[in-house]
Design a protein around this ligand. Sequence first.
Ligand SMILES: [Zn+2]
Length: 410
Amino acid sequence: MVDRAPRPEAELLQDLSALDRFGRDEAGGFTRLAWSGELLDTLEWTAQRMRDAGLVAEIDAAGNLIGRWEMGEGKAVVIGSHLDTVTAGGRFDGALGVLTGIDVVRRLRAEGFTPSRPIWVVAFMDEEGERFNSVMLGSRAFVGEVIPADEAERRDALDVGMGEAMRTWDRDFSAIPAARRIDEVRCYVELHVELGPVLEAEGVDIGVVTEIVGLVGLSVTLAGATNHAGTTPMVGRRDALVGAAKAITALRDAALDSGRHMATVGSIRTVPGGANAIPGECTLSVDLRAPGAGGLQAARASVRAVLAKVCDEEQLTAALTETYDLPPVPLDPQIADLMERAVEREGLRHRRMPSGAGHDAMLLAPYVPAGMLFVPSVAGVGHAPEEFTSDADVARGAAALTATIRELAR
Ligand SMILES: [Zn+2]
Protein backbone atom coordinates (compact mmCIF):
# COMPACT_ATOMS: atom_id res chain seq x y z
CA MET A 1 0.00 0.00 0.00
CA VAL A 2 1.32 3.41 -0.93
CA ASP A 3 1.19 6.04 1.79
CA ARG A 4 -0.08 9.16 0.06
CA ALA A 5 -0.04 11.33 3.17
CA PRO A 6 2.53 14.11 2.82
CA ARG A 7 5.69 13.47 4.80
CA PRO A 8 5.74 15.73 7.83
CA GLU A 9 8.74 17.75 6.69
CA ALA A 10 6.99 18.49 3.39
CA GLU A 11 4.47 20.57 5.31
CA LEU A 12 7.27 22.26 7.25
CA LEU A 13 9.06 23.15 4.01
CA GLN A 14 5.82 24.57 2.62
CA ASP A 15 5.41 26.69 5.76
CA LEU A 16 8.95 28.02 5.41
CA SER A 17 8.21 28.98 1.78
CA ALA A 18 4.90 30.53 2.78
CA LEU A 19 6.72 32.97 5.10
CA ASP A 20 8.53 34.31 2.02
CA ARG A 21 5.66 36.69 1.39
CA PHE A 22 6.25 38.65 4.59
CA GLY A 23 8.77 41.50 4.54
CA ARG A 24 10.82 40.26 1.61
CA ASP A 25 12.89 42.71 -0.46
CA GLU A 26 14.07 42.42 -4.08
CA ALA A 27 17.49 41.16 -2.97
CA GLY A 28 15.88 38.22 -1.17
CA GLY A 29 16.38 39.60 2.34
CA PHE A 30 13.65 39.74 4.99
CA THR A 31 12.81 42.73 7.15
CA ARG A 32 10.32 42.01 9.91
CA LEU A 33 11.18 44.42 12.70
CA ALA A 34 9.50 44.60 16.11
CA TRP A 35 5.95 45.97 16.16
CA SER A 36 5.90 46.42 12.36
CA GLY A 37 3.03 45.60 10.03
CA GLU A 38 5.19 42.93 8.37
CA LEU A 39 5.76 41.16 11.70
CA LEU A 40 2.10 41.38 12.68
CA ASP A 41 1.10 39.82 9.34
CA THR A 42 3.68 37.08 9.96
CA LEU A 43 2.36 36.35 13.45
CA GLU A 44 -1.24 36.29 12.30
CA TRP A 45 -0.43 33.85 9.52
CA THR A 46 1.57 31.70 11.93
CA ALA A 47 -1.20 31.81 14.54
CA GLN A 48 -3.52 30.33 11.91
CA ARG A 49 -1.00 27.55 11.21
CA MET A 50 -0.90 26.88 14.95
CA ARG A 51 -4.70 26.61 15.00
CA ASP A 52 -4.57 24.29 11.99
CA ALA A 53 -2.27 22.08 14.08
CA GLY A 54 -4.77 22.08 16.93
CA LEU A 55 -3.13 24.70 19.16
CA VAL A 56 -4.88 27.53 20.97
CA ALA A 57 -3.01 30.58 19.66
CA GLU A 58 -2.87 34.17 20.85
CA ILE A 59 -0.56 37.16 20.90
CA ASP A 60 0.23 38.30 24.45
CA ALA A 61 0.79 41.74 25.99
CA ALA A 62 4.46 41.76 24.95
CA GLY A 63 3.78 40.68 21.36
CA ASN A 64 4.75 37.03 21.90
CA LEU A 65 2.72 34.57 19.85
CA ILE A 66 1.92 31.56 22.04
CA GLY A 67 0.28 28.37 20.73
CA ARG A 68 -0.80 25.94 23.43
CA TRP A 69 -1.57 22.23 23.25
CA GLU A 70 -3.25 21.93 26.62
CA MET A 71 -2.92 18.21 27.30
CA GLY A 72 -1.96 16.39 30.45
CA GLU A 73 -1.08 17.80 33.82
CA GLY A 74 1.29 20.40 35.18
CA LYS A 75 3.72 22.81 33.63
CA ALA A 76 4.39 23.10 29.91
CA VAL A 77 7.22 21.96 27.71
CA VAL A 78 7.93 25.10 25.69
CA ILE A 79 9.40 25.14 22.17
CA GLY A 80 10.43 28.66 21.23
CA SER A 81 12.29 30.99 18.91
CA HIS A 82 11.36 34.18 17.06
CA LEU A 83 9.82 35.48 13.83
CA ASP A 84 11.30 38.98 13.81
CA THR A 85 14.43 39.62 11.75
CA VAL A 86 17.17 42.20 11.39
CA THR A 87 16.97 44.53 8.37
CA ALA A 88 17.51 42.40 5.22
CA GLY A 89 18.03 39.29 7.31
CA GLY A 90 17.78 35.67 6.31
CA ARG A 91 14.99 33.17 5.86
CA PHE A 92 15.83 30.72 8.64
CA ASP A 93 17.06 32.66 11.69
CA GLY A 94 14.26 32.27 14.23
CA ALA A 95 11.54 31.28 11.78
CA LEU A 96 12.89 27.75 11.49
CA GLY A 97 12.55 27.15 15.24
CA VAL A 98 8.96 28.40 15.43
CA LEU A 99 7.71 26.61 12.32
CA THR A 100 9.47 23.39 13.31
CA GLY A 101 7.78 23.64 16.71
CA ILE A 102 4.40 23.62 14.98
CA ASP A 103 5.55 20.72 12.80
CA VAL A 104 6.52 18.76 15.92
CA VAL A 105 2.95 19.13 17.21
CA ARG A 106 1.57 17.92 13.87
CA ARG A 107 3.92 14.92 13.91
CA LEU A 108 3.12 13.96 17.48
CA ARG A 109 -0.59 14.17 16.77
CA ALA A 110 -0.20 12.14 13.58
CA GLU A 111 1.57 9.35 15.43
CA GLY A 112 -1.12 9.33 18.14
CA PHE A 113 1.22 10.58 20.86
CA THR A 114 -0.54 11.74 24.03
CA PRO A 115 1.61 14.23 25.94
CA SER A 116 1.66 13.90 29.71
CA ARG A 117 1.94 17.68 30.02
CA PRO A 118 1.06 20.75 27.92
CA ILE A 119 3.25 21.63 24.93
CA TRP A 120 3.54 25.26 23.88
CA VAL A 121 5.09 26.78 20.78
CA VAL A 122 6.21 30.39 21.25
CA ALA A 123 7.43 33.06 18.83
CA PHE A 124 9.12 35.62 21.06
CA MET A 125 8.88 39.33 20.23
CA ASP A 126 11.91 41.31 19.10
CA GLU A 127 14.71 38.83 19.66
CA GLU A 128 16.90 40.89 17.35
CA GLY A 129 16.16 44.20 19.04
CA GLU A 130 17.25 46.22 16.03
CA ARG A 131 14.43 48.72 15.70
CA PHE A 132 14.34 50.02 19.27
CA ASN A 133 17.50 48.53 20.74
CA SER A 134 15.20 46.44 22.93
CA VAL A 135 16.81 43.08 22.33
CA MET A 136 14.82 39.99 23.45
CA LEU A 137 11.94 42.10 24.74
CA GLY A 138 9.51 39.20 24.39
CA SER A 139 11.51 36.59 26.28
CA ARG A 140 12.45 39.14 28.94
CA ALA A 141 8.76 39.86 29.50
CA PHE A 142 7.89 36.14 29.39
CA VAL A 143 10.29 35.35 32.26
CA GLY A 144 9.02 38.36 34.21
CA GLU A 145 11.97 40.71 33.96
CA VAL A 146 11.02 44.32 34.54
CA ILE A 147 11.33 46.21 31.25
CA PRO A 148 12.87 49.62 32.01
CA ALA A 149 10.39 52.44 31.34
CA ASP A 150 12.89 54.24 29.13
CA GLU A 151 12.56 51.48 26.54
CA ALA A 152 9.07 52.77 25.73
CA GLU A 153 10.68 56.10 24.82
CA ARG A 154 13.26 54.63 22.47
CA ARG A 155 12.81 55.75 18.89
CA ASP A 156 13.47 54.02 15.60
CA ALA A 157 15.25 55.47 12.56
CA LEU A 158 11.98 57.16 11.47
CA ASP A 159 11.56 58.73 14.94
CA VAL A 160 8.67 56.47 15.94
CA GLY A 161 8.70 55.63 19.66
CA MET A 162 8.36 52.03 20.83
CA GLY A 163 5.26 52.80 22.92
CA GLU A 164 3.72 54.42 19.84
CA ALA A 165 4.59 51.42 17.64
CA MET A 166 3.06 49.05 20.22
CA ARG A 167 -0.22 50.94 20.01
CA THR A 168 -0.48 50.05 16.30
CA TRP A 169 -0.80 46.46 17.57
CA ASP A 170 -3.31 47.52 20.25
CA ARG A 171 -0.70 46.85 22.91
CA ASP A 172 0.32 49.12 25.78
CA PHE A 173 3.81 49.29 27.27
CA SER A 174 2.42 49.46 30.80
CA ALA A 175 0.66 46.09 30.32
CA ILE A 176 3.86 44.17 29.50
CA PRO A 177 4.13 42.58 32.99
CA ALA A 178 0.99 40.57 32.11
CA ALA A 179 3.15 38.59 29.66
CA ARG A 180 4.97 36.82 32.50
CA ARG A 181 4.35 33.05 32.05
CA ILE A 182 7.53 31.47 33.38
CA ASP A 183 5.77 29.91 36.39
CA GLU A 184 3.77 27.74 33.99
CA VAL A 185 6.89 26.40 32.26
CA ARG A 186 8.56 23.09 32.98
CA CYS A 187 11.42 23.35 30.47
CA TYR A 188 12.43 25.12 27.29
CA VAL A 189 13.83 23.87 23.98
CA GLU A 190 14.92 25.91 20.95
CA LEU A 191 15.95 24.74 17.50
CA HIS A 192 18.00 27.31 15.58
CA VAL A 193 20.30 27.56 12.60
CA GLU A 194 23.92 27.59 13.73
CA LEU A 195 24.74 30.93 12.03
CA GLY A 196 28.32 29.66 12.02
CA PRO A 197 30.41 27.26 9.89
CA VAL A 198 31.29 24.45 12.34
CA LEU A 199 28.59 21.84 11.65
CA GLU A 200 28.89 22.13 7.88
CA ALA A 201 32.70 21.99 7.98
CA GLU A 202 32.68 18.87 10.15
CA GLY A 203 29.85 17.13 8.31
CA VAL A 204 27.76 16.96 11.49
CA ASP A 205 23.93 17.02 11.34
CA ILE A 206 23.01 18.44 14.74
CA GLY A 207 24.73 20.60 17.34
CA VAL A 208 23.70 20.08 20.95
CA VAL A 209 24.36 23.46 22.54
CA THR A 210 26.05 23.44 25.94
CA GLU A 211 26.07 27.16 26.66
CA ILE A 212 25.65 30.64 25.25
CA VAL A 213 29.11 32.17 25.42
CA GLY A 214 29.77 35.21 27.57
CA LEU A 215 30.56 38.50 26.00
CA VAL A 216 32.32 41.67 27.06
CA GLY A 217 32.51 44.95 25.20
CA LEU A 218 35.42 47.29 25.78
CA SER A 219 36.11 50.80 24.65
CA VAL A 220 39.85 51.41 24.46
CA THR A 221 41.31 54.87 24.03
CA LEU A 222 44.97 55.13 23.13
CA ALA A 223 46.49 58.56 23.68
CA GLY A 224 49.72 59.93 22.19
CA ALA A 225 50.45 63.38 20.81
CA THR A 226 48.85 65.25 17.92
CA ASN A 227 51.29 67.11 15.73
CA HIS A 228 51.97 68.33 12.20
CA ALA A 229 52.34 65.62 9.56
CA GLY A 230 55.09 67.53 7.74
CA THR A 231 57.23 69.11 10.42
CA THR A 232 57.33 66.31 13.01
CA PRO A 233 60.17 63.83 12.38
CA MET A 234 59.20 60.20 11.93
CA VAL A 235 61.42 59.19 14.83
CA GLY A 236 59.85 59.75 18.24
CA ARG A 237 56.27 60.31 17.12
CA ARG A 238 53.53 59.23 19.52
CA ASP A 239 50.97 58.17 16.91
CA ALA A 240 47.86 56.67 18.53
CA LEU A 241 46.62 55.17 15.26
CA VAL A 242 49.90 53.32 14.69
CA GLY A 243 49.48 51.92 18.21
CA ALA A 244 45.89 50.94 17.42
CA ALA A 245 46.98 49.17 14.24
CA LYS A 246 49.52 47.14 16.21
CA ALA A 247 46.94 46.43 18.92
CA ILE A 248 44.30 45.21 16.46
CA THR A 249 46.70 42.71 14.93
CA ALA A 250 48.03 41.60 18.31
CA LEU A 251 44.49 41.10 19.70
CA ARG A 252 43.65 38.88 16.75
CA ASP A 253 46.87 36.88 17.23
CA ALA A 254 46.31 36.51 20.98
CA ALA A 255 42.82 35.13 20.34
CA LEU A 256 44.18 32.71 17.73
CA ASP A 257 46.88 31.56 20.14
CA SER A 258 44.37 31.07 22.96
CA GLY A 259 42.32 28.69 20.83
CA ARG A 260 39.45 29.71 23.06
CA HIS A 261 38.34 33.33 23.05
CA MET A 262 37.35 35.59 20.18
CA ALA A 263 38.37 39.24 19.90
CA THR A 264 36.94 41.64 17.34
CA VAL A 265 37.69 45.32 16.80
CA GLY A 266 34.59 46.59 15.01
CA SER A 267 34.97 50.35 15.07
CA ILE A 268 37.75 52.89 15.28
CA ARG A 269 37.76 56.66 15.65
CA THR A 270 40.72 59.05 15.53
CA VAL A 271 41.23 62.54 16.91
CA PRO A 272 41.67 65.02 15.31
CA GLY A 273 40.93 62.86 12.26
CA GLY A 274 42.52 65.14 9.66
CA ALA A 275 44.65 63.89 6.78
CA ASN A 276 47.67 66.06 7.69
CA ALA A 277 47.79 65.59 11.46
CA ILE A 278 49.33 62.80 13.52
CA PRO A 279 46.41 61.16 15.36
CA GLY A 280 46.92 61.96 19.03
CA GLU A 281 44.02 59.86 20.14
CA CYS A 282 42.37 56.72 18.87
CA THR A 283 39.35 54.92 20.33
CA LEU A 284 38.50 51.37 19.33
CA SER A 285 35.75 48.97 20.29
CA VAL A 286 36.77 45.47 21.34
CA ASP A 287 34.20 42.67 21.49
CA LEU A 288 35.38 39.65 23.49
CA ARG A 289 33.59 36.30 23.60
CA ALA A 290 34.59 33.12 25.36
CA PRO A 291 32.95 29.93 26.60
CA GLY A 292 33.20 28.67 30.14
CA ALA A 293 33.73 30.23 33.53
CA GLY A 294 36.99 32.16 33.51
CA GLY A 295 37.08 32.37 29.72
CA LEU A 296 36.27 36.07 29.68
CA GLN A 297 38.74 36.77 32.49
CA ALA A 298 41.53 35.23 30.45
CA ALA A 299 40.41 37.23 27.39
CA ARG A 300 40.42 40.50 29.37
CA ALA A 301 43.90 39.71 30.69
CA SER A 302 45.15 39.16 27.15
CA VAL A 303 43.77 42.58 26.09
CA ARG A 304 45.61 44.25 28.98
CA ALA A 305 48.85 42.50 28.06
CA VAL A 306 48.52 43.57 24.41
CA LEU A 307 47.82 47.19 25.36
CA ALA A 308 50.72 47.32 27.82
CA LYS A 309 53.13 46.14 25.15
CA VAL A 310 51.82 48.54 22.49
CA CYS A 311 51.88 51.49 24.88
CA ASP A 312 55.45 50.67 25.81
CA GLU A 313 56.61 50.43 22.19
CA GLU A 314 54.75 53.52 20.94
CA GLN A 315 54.92 55.69 24.07
CA LEU A 316 51.15 55.86 24.42
CA THR A 317 48.75 55.59 27.32
CA ALA A 318 45.64 53.42 27.30
CA ALA A 319 42.30 53.97 29.04
CA LEU A 320 39.84 51.10 29.05
CA THR A 321 36.11 51.05 29.91
CA GLU A 322 33.61 48.18 29.75
CA THR A 323 30.53 48.99 27.67
CA TYR A 324 28.79 45.67 28.25
CA ASP A 325 29.39 42.52 30.26
CA LEU A 326 27.15 39.49 29.71
CA PRO A 327 28.33 36.39 31.56
CA PRO A 328 28.12 33.01 29.81
CA VAL A 329 24.77 31.25 30.21
CA PRO A 330 25.07 27.49 30.73
CA LEU A 331 22.24 25.39 29.30
CA ASP A 332 20.91 22.39 31.20
CA PRO A 333 23.26 19.37 31.09
CA GLN A 334 20.43 16.87 31.61
CA ILE A 335 18.46 18.25 28.68
CA ALA A 336 21.66 18.12 26.61
CA ASP A 337 22.08 14.43 27.56
CA LEU A 338 18.46 13.72 26.71
CA MET A 339 18.80 15.54 23.37
CA GLU A 340 21.94 13.61 22.55
CA ARG A 341 20.23 10.28 23.17
CA ALA A 342 17.18 11.37 21.16
CA VAL A 343 19.33 12.55 18.24
CA GLU A 344 21.33 9.32 18.44
CA ARG A 345 18.18 7.24 18.11
CA GLU A 346 17.31 9.18 14.94
CA GLY A 347 20.64 8.04 13.53
CA LEU A 348 21.96 11.59 13.23
CA ARG A 349 25.58 12.69 13.62
CA HIS A 350 25.94 15.21 16.42
CA ARG A 351 28.41 17.15 18.50
CA ARG A 352 28.29 19.37 21.55
CA MET A 353 29.15 23.01 21.00
CA PRO A 354 28.77 26.46 22.55
CA SER A 355 26.70 29.17 20.84
CA GLY A 356 28.64 32.31 19.96
CA ALA A 357 25.39 34.21 19.33
CA GLY A 358 22.69 35.15 21.82
CA HIS A 359 19.28 33.46 21.62
CA ASP A 360 15.97 33.58 23.55
CA ALA A 361 17.14 30.44 25.37
CA MET A 362 19.59 32.58 27.33
CA LEU A 363 16.70 34.43 28.98
CA LEU A 364 14.84 31.22 29.86
CA ALA A 365 17.86 29.23 31.06
CA PRO A 366 18.28 30.94 34.46
CA TYR A 367 14.66 30.03 35.33
CA VAL A 368 13.95 26.60 33.83
CA PRO A 369 16.02 23.76 32.36
CA ALA A 370 16.75 24.86 28.80
CA GLY A 371 18.37 23.26 25.77
CA MET A 372 19.16 24.16 22.17
CA LEU A 373 19.70 22.24 18.96
CA PHE A 374 21.59 23.68 15.98
CA VAL A 375 21.29 22.67 12.34
CA PRO A 376 24.00 23.61 9.80
CA SER A 377 24.13 27.01 8.12
CA VAL A 378 25.61 26.82 4.63
CA ALA A 379 28.97 28.68 4.66
CA GLY A 380 28.14 29.84 8.17
CA VAL A 381 26.18 32.84 6.91
CA GLY A 382 23.66 34.57 9.19
CA HIS A 383 21.83 37.93 9.27
CA ALA A 384 22.07 38.15 5.48
CA PRO A 385 19.86 37.18 2.52
CA GLU A 386 22.37 34.41 1.69
CA GLU A 387 21.54 32.58 4.93
CA PHE A 388 20.69 29.01 3.91
CA THR A 389 19.96 25.62 5.41
CA SER A 390 19.18 22.68 3.11
CA ASP A 391 15.83 20.89 3.04
CA ALA A 392 17.58 17.75 4.26
CA ASP A 393 19.00 19.59 7.27
CA VAL A 394 15.60 21.14 8.00
CA ALA A 395 14.13 17.61 7.98
CA ARG A 396 16.88 16.32 10.28
CA GLY A 397 16.34 19.24 12.67
CA ALA A 398 12.62 18.47 12.76
CA ALA A 399 13.34 14.82 13.52
CA ALA A 400 15.74 15.80 16.31
CA LEU A 401 13.31 18.27 17.88
CA THR A 402 10.41 15.82 17.64
CA ALA A 403 12.46 13.09 19.32
CA THR A 404 13.45 15.53 22.08
CA ILE A 405 9.89 16.69 22.76
CA ARG A 406 8.64 13.10 22.74
CA GLU A 407 11.01 12.44 25.65
CA LEU A 408 10.28 15.66 27.55
CA ALA A 409 6.49 15.29 27.29
CA ARG A 410 6.07 11.55 27.59
ZN1 LIG B 1 17.68 33.96 15.96
